[in-house]
Design a protein around this ligand. Structure first.
Ligand code: GDP
Length: 364
């Protein structure tokens, strides 16, 4: 499964935002020769100021940031789950993403019509959620029918499956997302095969006008209130401003940001929130050739982290040298960290912490 799917009703600013994301954060394709990049998939670098701080100490030939993928899922309309528009195809595009970013229109602009008339972010969110819920319901119902015969003949797994699916069905029928049902690990494993849409982590991008980036507005407040009930994060952006920013070089960008009174592009916050939504964190490798950020799941052990660099590293893992980011800066690099006692030797069980600098020792 790849990245974060950007969904939302037509005319809420999805494409504007997606184009800004891919333009501003475009990972240089040349650095990723093994990735095929489809037009609706944007691989973007994760903004991380720590990389520059590391580079100041190491002075490497090259800096490589971590990346995260965004997928533009255009065309989700009311009735999509019933095949309206190109409905089902769009829903299957969402199925392949690991998380969902729902763009919500919170800007007023008479020139840009809203598909359902007035601006009403909660109605919009519920329209989208409704389609996702209906699509999941269909799958649940099919799953129950398919397993009921086996369950009756005593098949244990089918029986368990039906119990969970029935629980999910009731939850969906009350217009809830599966995500809020808090299934346990065992139940999650049982239903993984169905690739439900509403089980995915979700966040909201509240698209506001330029004047409201800092203050927000009454629509944003409503989105926040709603998102809170689902434990979801809301990032305020102005797609239009981000589109303008993405056209500027660094110097002009700084000036523009100062003018509108924000410290960094909203996209940076959005990208970082996406990274968090995917439950990802970063560790670094740092040598004269390259200072590089690597992406791993939160909770990953050292051998798993090593496998990001090369799959063989996991099998042959012996131990790792580890320095926390703060120590590495404080003690001015590998040598200083070792002398000051900031460098640790960690084994197979070590759970990697965000910002760790790592060097692996392995058998090949
Ligand atoms: P999509 O259908 O959700 O992909 O929406 P688009 O990105 O194509 O945007 C629809 C229209 O809204 C375009 O004319 C955009 O220029 C405009 N738009 C997008 N974001 C903003 C915004 O923050 N403020 C204003 N005023 N217009 C916006």
């Amino acid at each position: 499964m790849i990245g974060i799917g950007i969904v939302g009703l037509p005319n809420v600013g999805k494409s504007t935002l997606f184009n800004a994301i891919t333009k501003a954060g475009a990972a240089e394709a040349a650095n990723y020769p093994f990735c095929t990049i489809e037009p609706n998939v944007g691989m973007v670098t994760v903004p991380d100021r720590r990389l520059e701080e590391l580079a100041k100490i190491i002075n490497p030939q090259r800096i490589q940031a971590a990346t995260v993928e965004f997928v533009d899922i255009a065309g989700l309309v009311k009735g999509a789950s019933k095949g309206e528009g190109l409905g089902n195809q769009f829903l299957s595009n969402i199925r392949n993403t690991a998380a969902i970013c729902q763009v919500v229109r919170c800007f007023e602009d008479e020139n840009i019509t809203h598909v359902d008339g007035a601006i009403d972010p909660i109605r919009d969110i519920e329209t989208i959620n409704g389609e996702l819920i209906l699509s999941d319901l269909e799958i649940v119902e099919r799953g129950i029918v398919k397993n009921s015969k086996l369950a009756k003949s005593g098949n244990k797994e089918s029986k368990n499956l039906i119990t969970v699916l029935t629980k999910i069905k009731e939850h969906l029928e009350e217009f809830n997302l599966i995500r809020t049902l808090n299934l346990n690990e065992e139940e999650m494993a049982l239903v993984k095969q169905y690739q439900f849409l509403t089980i995915k982590p979700m966040m909201f991008a509240a698209n506001v006008s330029e004047e409201e980036i800092n203050s927000g507005n009454k629509y944003v407040d409503k989105v926040k209130e709603y998102a809170d009930t689902q434990n979801a994060e809301v990032v305020i952006v102005s797609a239009k401003v981000e589109a303008e920013l993405s056209e500027l070089d660094d110097e002009d960008k700084e000036m523009f940001l100062e003018e509108i009174g924000i410290e960094e592009p909203g996209l940076n916050r959005l990208i970082r929130a996406g990274y968090k939504l995917l439950n990802l964190q970063t560790y670094f490798t740092a040598g004269v050739k390259e200072v590089r950020a690597w992406t791993i799941k939160i909770g990953a052990t050292a051998p798993k982290a090593a496998s990001e660099i090369h799959t063989d590293f996991e099998k042959g893992f012996i131990r790792a040298k580890v320095v926390s980011f703060d120590d590495f800066i404080k003690y001015n690099g590998w040598k200083g960290s070792q002398e000051a006692g900031g460098l640790r030797i960690e084994g197979k069980e070590y759970v990697v912490q965000d910002g760790d600098l790592m060097e692996f020792l392995f058998n090949v």
